[in-house]
Design a protein around this ligand. Structure first.
Ligand SMILES: [Zn+2]
Length: 64
């Protein structure tokens, strides 16, 4: 079993950035605000503090 991605409560300071980490062939994104992690197969879409979705995340979602 792969370890679960970290998921912490976001406190409205979220800023999602792509990392160099890869999990199951998918790039891992991390939130600078709350240290949560995301990959494109996760069942949620990471949003920035202002409610938008970053271009990097959108580009990642388009790869599927
Ligand atoms: Zn966050």
């Amino acid at each position: 079993m792969a370890r679960p991605l970290k998921s912490n409560p976001c406190d409205e300071t979220c800023e999602w950035v792509a990392t160099k980490k890869v999990r199951d062939g998918e790039r891992v994104f991390e939130c600078l605000g709350c240290d949560s992690e995301w990959t494109r197969s996760s069942n949620f879409t990471p949003k920035e503090a202002d409610g938008t979705v970053s271009d990097e995340v959108l580009a990642e979602l388009r790869q599927t």
